[in-house]
Design a protein around this ligand. Structure first.
Ligand SMILES: *Cc1c(COP(=O)(O)O)cnc(C)c1O
Length: 498
């Protein structure tokens, strides 16, 4: 058991043997992941997993298991999971399995240190400032006026929470000691297509979801600036105090970009904090041909950006970037004397742990640093442009097929392409309530069949008055045109008799 593996206790041979075996297990999995002929998953129901599958039990034993058994368990854990790096995995905005990022993860796991102080993470804390500096530069901020952190172990939702937290503190520093009772009735704005994490953050922060005002979108899912103006005026008339606008650069379902410049004007006029949730779309800043879609982001007070989505970094890797120095720390600092000793004689400016809302922190950014070193800005650009090309291709193919119907009959703005599949039976029912009722059931059915077969994975959802439709997204570097063609054929094969 674990202690026998300590290299210091005659365990050197065993350690080498065990870890090499583990690497073999992982390499085997990686090989399968990139083999289009292998299934994305070998689907089982929860009760089957709980009961145990041949030789694989999830129960925790009282007596140590053998290393051989552990290797079998490791193999099976991967075997019954989902290969999110498979070229036909389109289910999430985060997909793909980047070899360099993976190596980065291995390295941080092996280092097994904590991000909070320079003293225990000297290289990592300094290196993080370099990565953040690069991100400010890409957004168009001056380093001297910017601050940020990688939301440890949690991702874009928490980055959004940080945005609201810091904005509220900036406006009402007394919140930190007095709580919400010291504040007027504050409200914030997000578009109806914005990510649900904004509402969740409002709930967590004691603002309340009723005080998140949803701004109407245009037909493509972009916030309408005039509607925002209207909502702000309305809130003020009701005696509420607007303080924050969350815009979205790359909405989760439609991939829409809010008009950031117009919204920045409104925020300036009303003195509101402007946040850009670029969790999904942030990577597009690296593409010289597409970055104009985020024009205005340089005027934001804060930005959420997830390299683990469009840029293909392994989970989790998300940054919150603030266009003001020292605010993060002022907002969250508790000065725990046992950890952030003020009389430390070295480099306390790199003790960044008190900027966060937690104590211990996993190292998130390193995998991104290695990926960046390996790809360079231009490598990311080429990859992202390829995703955009594939989205365009997918759109064009669907447009020519009369059994597929696009949710938007215009070229995609981003890599999201939303569509319905219409089985022949439904093609002759005129558009309307009756057809919608049937159509609502088609995507879940096709999805279930697809999962059982393990042939591909794609997500679906209803949205507003639109019944269940598929959302295709491109963020998986392993995906090729052949996989796109395959997906279309597969949906047709599984759906034609429904
Ligand atoms: C995915 C996403 C988030 C949440 O990011 P997580 O890392 O999953 O928490 C927030 N906003 C948008 C627009 C997203 O697409």
């Amino acid at each position: 058991f674990s202690l026998d593996l300590l290299p210091s206790k005659n365990g050197k041979e065993l350690t080498n043997y065990f870890l090499r075996q583990v690497v073999d297990v992982l390499l085997h999995y990686i090989k399968k992941t990139f083999d289009v002929k292998s299934k994305i998953l070998d689907f089982h129901h929860p009760h089957q997993l709980l009961e145990g599958l041949d030789g694989f039990s999830l129960e925790l034993p009282d007596h140590p298991e053998s290393l051989e058994q552990l290797l079998v368990d490791c193999t099976d854990t991967l075997k019954y999971g989902v290969k999110t790096g498979h070229p036909r995995f389109f289910n999430q905005l985060s997909s793909g399995l980047d070899m360099i990022g993976l190596a980065g993860e291995w390295l941080t796991a092996t280092a097994n240190t904590n991000m909070f102080t320079y003293e225990i993470a000297p290289v990592f804390t300094v290196m993080e400032t370099i990565v953040l500096k690069k991100m400010y530069e890409i957004i168009g901020w001056k380093e001297t006026e910017a601050d940020g952190l990688f939301s440890p172990a949690i991702g874009g939702s928490i980055s959004n929470l940080y945005g609201i937290l810091v904005a509220r503190y900036k406006q009402y520093p007394e919140i930190k000691t007095k709580g919400m009772t010291a504040l007027p009735h504050i409200v914030l704005f997000v578009s109806e297509q914005g990510h649900y994490s904004v509402k969740k953050a409002a709930a967590i922060l004691g603002i309340g979801t009723d005080n998140v005002i949803e701004v109407k979108c245009d037909e493509r899912g972009r916030m309408i600036p005039a509607e925002l103006e209207k909502n702000i005026a309305q809130a003020k008339r009701k005696g509420q105090t607007p303080f924050f606008v969350s815009t979205t650069a790359g909405t989760t379902v439609y991939g829409a970009f809010d008009p950031l410049c117009d919204i920045a004007d409104i925020c300036e006029k009303h003195k509101l904090w402007m946040h850009v949730d670029a969790a999904w779309g942030g990577g597009l800043l690296l593409s010289r041909s597409h970055s104009y879609k985020l024009r205005g982001i340089e005027r934001a007070n804060s930005v959420t950006w997830n390299p683990h989505k469009l840029m293909g970094a392994p989970l989790q890797c998300s940054a919150i970037l603030i266009q003001e120095k020292d605010l993060l720390e002022a907002c969250n600092q508790m000065r725990a004397g046992y950890l952030f000793q003020p009389d430390k004689l070295y480099n306390v400016e790199f003790d960044t742990g008190d900027k966060t809302i937690q104590c211990g922190q996993h190292i998130e950014f390193f995998l991104f640093w290695v990926m960046y070193s390996s790809s360079g800005t231009y490598g990311f650009e080429a990859q992202i442009n390829k995703h955009m090309e594939l989205a365009k291709y997918f759109y064009k193919v669907l447009k020519e097929r009369d059994n597929f119907k696009l949710v938007f009959d215009a070229e995609p703005e981003f890599t999201n392409v939303c569509f319905w599949y219409l089985p022949p039976r439904l093609k002759h029912i005129p558009k309307g309530f009756e057809r919608d009722q049937e159509l609502q059931k088609i995507a879940p059915k096709i999805k279930a069949l697809m999962i059982e077969e393990g042939s591909a994975m794609i997500s679906y959802q209803p949205c507003g008055d639109k019944v269940n439709f598929f959302r295709m997204v491109f963020s998986n570097p392993a995906t090729t045109q052949t996989d796109v063609d395959y997906l279309i054929e597969e949906i047709e094969r599984l759906g034609k008799d429904l």
